[in-house]
Design a protein around this ligand. Structure first.
Ligand code: GLA
Length: 731
């Protein structure tokens, strides 16, 4: 009898997690539903992600995607598990892997509870608690949905109560599943001056990984965002497409895995490469946020979702003003003094921009910063070059009537610096191998709180002594090389993660103390551009490549994910085959600035630039905060066109660019978007060179929004490197 009782108990064990009622959890926006449901085994599965479902009772009854029927006929819930651990019956890439104190490397997570918190009328947070039944390990999944913007962000927290620390070797931010006939991935790769280059591939059985191991200048070769066309390659104005991006200014990884039944799994998170993390009992490991939106009418809509979300919730001063500026990097390089800078400040005033931005080369005394091979870390003004120090520069800017901004690279150290002489142990550098330098510099070990303190002290001192500094261009020119932290000692596998956390601590502290200072995120051009970083920065530098033709592609691609007001673009001397007007028209579609001396321009060009700044000031609300439409792709021909439309649809700004048309090439009208069909709009070409007359056939005419969107404007031409800026105003 006793034996039978034990047998009965043993039989019950596998059923321990059976929940009489299956729990359904819905994460919703105005247009999307992401639905999870527990299975009879007590585990949680994704049962739907797509267009909003209209009938609650059908949502409750959604079936699980059960992909495996065992030989005895029983159904095994393989696949679609919301946060699969390693070692269970799903044979594909897990979201989570841990080594427990007893050496066991498996985990199975069971649904415990969930809570839905309405943050406000637009934002809802869903928190789902999961736990292993054999080990005291808890995983909490967070989903924050933004109803109007149709954006969801999700992250995970991992915690345990084992006796000793555990090793976690996989810790995805999130896992999503898709069922479609085919999958097309748009990824973005790059290098210095070649940022965000688009390539497309169909995903077939197996894995495709996009990742980086560069540590600090993390996105130099691979970007932390992607597009996924479901059923067909992603298109601008039609089709189902997911846009996803990870908020992590360090090593990230996306894994796309097409499984045995042609379902696609998308895993996002920190790249676990060399980063098995030792988690102490009760310590919380929080992953970065994966941010995504799904559009059923193409990429354009998905981009506008992300732009709106970023301006409303994520980007620093997302709704605030932006400063137009004149930077001196392209104009002077390292070769400047106080008088040259004062001259440029007056040029800035003449141009009508808000600020003068002093770039690299202003610091270092024992090892002066005369080129890129010295002085990072020694943030004292170079007295020989700038005897009056920063105060004199701030005053000179004041006298000229512009604000003052300055370049810094606070996470770096030059081996030729006083800081390195004093604190070689603050650099990330191997003690027992030859040192490899990128741009003759090393990365400061931001996992070390002392180093964070030092970097904060530098910036804090600059601000205390010069409270009128309005802007920092915060650069990061080197990836992490020679991966070794003297501070972390035997915990080297924490370096990639703790370094980024250290950078965030620094940024958090600085921006909390100085919330009014605008900042540009720069990384040897655009090798940093992620949404966690953009919490602290008002904008990012898209590329050192300011050739306006290359920029059309680079800006086209960044605009897929980031709002126009976060994308800095400057008029420079790159590609003089392009007129100053063309170069200016390209920069004006973004957050506008100059990096060129007016002395390089003719009187006419100077006059044109002055008027361009005035037009930008008049229209910047629409350009920076309006809805952005990509109308003609540079990838589909020899032209491109974009437009910005005000919220009220009263005003729009259209930019058209002819890149390299063929002789007498037939050009098509540009069909506008986002206007009010019944409204009537006046068309006016602006930004013309002094004395130039518009050749736009529709210049000065009035058309309905309907006409402009269905028939369009003959704004493109067969001229090479030719551009137009057109103002569209409701009557
Ligand atoms: C990086 C930036 C440039 C410039 C230089 C200065 O390369 O991208 O814009 O600031 O550093 O060294």
């Amino acid at each position: 009898m006793k034996h039978y009782f034990i047998l009965f108990l043993v039989c019950l064990l596998p059923c321990m997690h059976i929940h009489a009622k299956q729990t359904v959890i819905k994460v919703s926006t105005h247009e999307l539903d992401l639905v999870f449901k527990t299975a009879p085994n007590g585990r949680l599965y994704q049962v739907y992600f797509g267009e909003k479902l209209l009938h609650e009772e059908e949502i409750e009854a959604l079936p699980h995607y059960l992909s495996h029927v065992a030989s005895d006929g029983s159904v095994c819930p393989r696949g679609w598990e919301v946060y699969p651990g390693s070692g269970a019956e799903d044979f594909f890439e897990p979201a989570f892997a841990i080594q427990h104190n007893d050496g066991n490397m498996t985990s199975i997570l069971y649904y415990q509870s969930h809570e839905i918190r309405k943050i406000d009328t637009n934002v809802t947070e869903t928190v789902i608690k999961m736990a292993d039944d054999k080990y005291p390990v808890e995983v909490t999944l967070f989903y924050v949905s933004f109803a109007r913007e149709n954006v969801i962000k999700s992250w995970t927290e991992i915690k345990h109560k084992e006796k000793k620390p555990v090793d976690i070797s996989l810790y995805a931010s999130s896992m999503l599943y898709f069922q479609s006939s085919s999958y097309y991935l748009n990824e973005y790769s790059g290098d210095w001056a070649k940022e965000a280059q688009l390539s497309t591939q169909e995903l077939v059985f197996g894995k495709k990984i996009i990742d980086t191991k560069l540590g600090s200048r993390a996105a130099m070769h691979a970007y932390p965002f992607f597009q996924l066309g479901l059923g067909e390659p992603a298109k601008e104005d039609q089709g189902k497409v997911l846009l996803g991006t990870i908020g992590w200014t360090g090593n990230f990884r996306f894994t796309f895995e097409v499984d045995n039944v042609n379902n696609l799994r998308v895993l996002s998170g920190i790249n676990p490469y060399a980063s098995t993390y030792q988690l102490k009992p009760a310590e919380i490991f929080k992953t970065p946020e994966f941010i995504y939106t799904l559009s059923h009418t193409g990429v354009g809509k998905a981009s506008r979702n992300l732009h709106d979300w970023a301006r409303n919730y994520q980007l620093k001063d997302g709704k605030g003003e932006r400063l137009t500026l004149l930077n001196n990097w392209e104009a002077t390089g390292y070769d400047f003094d106080q008088d040259i800078l004062a001259g440029l400040m007056h040029e800035a005033k003449e141009l009508g921009v808000d600020m003068f931005l002093l770039d690299d080369g202003w610091f270092g005394n024992k090892h002066p910063r005369l080129s890129d091979n010295a002085a990072l870390g020694d943030w004292e003004v170079m007295r020989s070059k700038l005897p009056g120090g920063i105060p004199a520069l701030v005053n000179a800017a004041k006298d000229a009537g512009v604000k003052f901004g300055i370049w810094v690279e606070p996470e770096m150290i030059s081996p030729k610096s006083e800081l390195f002489e004093k604190h070689p142990e603050w650099a990330i550098m191997l003690p027992n191998r030859e040192t490899y330098y990128y741009r003759s510099q090393l990365v400061l070990d931001m996992s070390n709180p002392e180093v964070q303190e030092y970097a904060f002290g530098v910036l804090d001192k600059m601000m205390t002594e010069n409270p009128d500094i309005a802007y920092f261009k915060w650069d990061c020119n080197s990836p992490v090389t020679n991966i070794y932290s003297p501070y972390l000692k035997e915990k080297q596998n924490h370096l990639y993660i703790d370094h980024v956390r250290g950078v965030y601590n620094l940024l958090d502290r600085f921006t909390t103390k100085y919330p009014g200072v605008a900042m540009m995120m720069c990384s040897g051009g655009g090798a940093r551009c992620d949404y966690e970083g953009l919490k602290y920065y008002t904008e990012f530098w898209c590329s050192d490549n300011t050739d306006p033709i290359d920029r059309l592609y680079i800006q086209w691609n960044f605009s897929q994910f980031f709002p126009i007001k976060s994308m800095a673009a400057h008029v420079t001397g790159w590609n003089k085959d392009a007129s100053v007007k063309f170069r200016t028209d390209v920069a004006m579609m973004c957050k506008f600035g100059f990096d060129i001396s007016m002395e390089e321009m003719s009187r006419e060009e100077q006059q044109y630039c002055i008027e361009a700044v005035a037009s930008y000031n008049r229209l910047k609300k629409i350009i920076l905060d309006g809805d952005f439409y990509r109308l003609v792709s540079p990838y589909e021909g020899n032209h491109t066109a974009v437009m910005h439309v005000s919220d009220s649809k009263e005003k729009a700004v259209l930019f058209t660019y002819d890149i390299h048309p063929l002789y007498k090439e037939k050009v098509l009208p540009v069909k506008l978007q986002g206007l009010e069909p019944m409204k009537r709009y006046r068309i006016q070409e602006i930004n013309l060179m002094p004395g130039q007359k518009s050749t736009l056939p529709e210049d000065g005419m009035v058309y309905s929004g309907d006409y402009l969107m269905k028939i369009g404007l003959d704004a493109l031409t067969a001229n090479r490197i030719h551009s137009r800026m057109i103002e569209v105003t409701a009557l």
